[in-house]
Design a binder for this molecule. Sequence first.
Ligand code: ADP
Ligand code: ZN
Length: 755
Amino acid sequence: MFAKVLVDVAHSNVDRLFTYQLQEDSDIALGQRVLVPFGAGNRAIEGFVLELCNEAPDEVLNIKRIIKAMEPYPALTGEQITLAKWISKSYHCLLVEALRLMIPAQLRGSRVKEKTERIVRLSPDTDPQKAMSSLRKADGSSKAPKQTEVLELICNMNTAMSVADINGFIPSASQAINALIKKGILVDDDFVVYRDPFANMDTAPTQPLPLTKDQHSALETINEQIDSGRGTSLLFGVTGSGKTEVYMQAISHALSTGGQAIVLVPEISLTPQAMQRFKSRFGNRVAVLHSRLSYGERFDEWRRIRLGMVDVVIGARSAVFAPLERVKLIVIDEEHEQSYHSDHTPRYGAAEVAAKRAELSNAALVLGSATPSIAAYRRALSGRYKLIALPERVNKSPLPDVRIVDMRSEFLQGNNSVFSAALTKELARCFDSGEQAILFMNRRGYSTFVSCRGCGYTLKCPDCDVSMTYHKYENVMKCHYCGRTAKIPQKCPQCGKPYLKYFGVGTQQVEEQLKEQFPGVTSLRMDYDTTQGKDAHYRILSRFISGEAQVLIGTQMIAKGLDIPNVTTVGVIAADTMLHVPDYRSAERTFQLLTQVAGRAGRGDRAGSVIVQSYTPEHAIIELAAKQDYQGFYEYEIAARRAGLFPPFSLFIRIMFTGEDEHSLECMNTEFASGLKQRIYSALEAQGASKNELLFIYASAAPMKRRQGLFRFETLMKLVRTKHTADVIDAIYAYYDEHRRSEMGNVEINPGDMF
Ligand code: ADP
Ligand code: ZN
């Protein structure tokens, strides 16, 4: 037998299959990871078995042998191999880079081991009565009191026990245990234990709820798709409309017909609250995968899935690759979230991958959102997706009342606080009635930049082309791109005058002003700075849910998924922070975020009240978000995109060069862009298409010219989306491959941010 192996080395020179011979008696299977001798020096390296064949290919002369299997089971499923090939082609990455997505990083290089625990049990040959008497002297007293004690314990428990547990009952029992093993009364064993990320969580079982009429028909549609093994639906349900309950009952249906399910949620809303709901419904047949797990936990969860101990996987973006073998349903909750797009190689979109995976395994795909992405809603309108609407909240509680406050007139009336008069009044009412509030501020830190009024100097990160943020609690300036910190300047580093002023508001300042205006009111802050520990999210949220604090202040992290009945007031401190970001998606993102935040209010039996503070209250997007008018937003936005020829009517493609030498990067970029332009023109010409389909292409410094100490230059282009687009993209990839250099980044299609 021969195996074709892809070695686990990310280099285009070796991204192909090499043939090896199997050891005589080995039973290596497709998808298994193996150790093989490689290269002239026969260095042992890891690889993936991607094909098995009986005959040696004749072009290969002396075939080397596989050294050994890395695990006793195939790390990859057949479906994963097919999916990886598709990813490598669709996102133009190495096959090995695609395969690496499918397994936990810890598996490679065997960096994490199974955790084992020593357990002991009665030997199958032991008769407890006889054993007990063998430990007694003739007069009935004990020859070895400790051994007797241990044996009694194990007989009474009537099960295998870990040595650690026995020591918990009988201090210093280890010697006695060893003696009993020596006598053949007990046997010991290493037992694999799975580190349990839910260990500290209350997961009392829950039953399916009786569904509302809308939920019921949503479920029927999804179940039909599960049964037929195909179809995508867009579950468009307002916040609190019970989408999660629908997902869970659809999962039950998939399981009851022998299938399995994957649920993707944005990393940020993978809150313990959300996981708890699934865990309580599906018990230990659930695994979670997300980045806050420890390496050991992640590895163990992956292995439980791979070994078939799990039917439901809930996780962030990369859980779409979970090694289940009978997937019948994939759910992507909060489909519109940016975090579903990978921001490093391969730059895949989880929804696209999920669609491919659903096709491969005959599964249904459900995309859920209260604010669907423009792209998804457009597909639903065109009939490519089945549109399912849940227009009402389950408990019929009205969507919260949203008021917009014009912060310009607040300022003119002499109010310099971050809270408008209306928000102050609403907060006071909320606290008086013993209710809770959420304050949303999309920037962390205290002041967003420091500038000199004498000469106009702004303090910037020496490594990145952005201003540094003042953090009052830590008493430093921080760069939010590279994490670099700097001392607070006492005077202007440029002109030496003491005219430094702090501008812009962050979460720390909101917290401080809240304390000033409402002495005695307790608050918690949840942002990147306060959530660094492993369970930090969970701890902050449980303290808030338990009522320990009256206010939760936070960034995007608090906008999603929280379902806290006692929250009646939501304040958006500055609604426009995102609106004026130069990105074609800024309106869409602002609408989504405002709608999500507003949805946190009034989820219990008391009505919610939302106050949105804005410096451009007349902006259509702010008004539409306040009305929570998705249809209105969609029509406004799709018209704007069509008029400006923005995606989905076009696409942006960017190639970013980064490096230390500014001048050589700039030259390389300019040369690259002009060559690429000609190549695109030829590709269009060959199709008989107009050159004008390339709306523009230019070479320039990136808007953020330096980042983490490296210069950044980009070739950016915009193409009309037509039937020629696929060919043009192929031409771009081909040109890119011919000119590939080490400094080169990646070809990015509609990059996640335009900086
Ligand atoms: P969404 O995911 O759409 O925001 P959730 O699934 O979180 O909504 O539901 C909101 C609340 O309504 C939750 O507390 C949930 O337990 C409850 N709920 C959902 N469906 C029902 C139902 N059919 N009957 C009663 N309560 C329900
Ligand atoms: Zn920096």
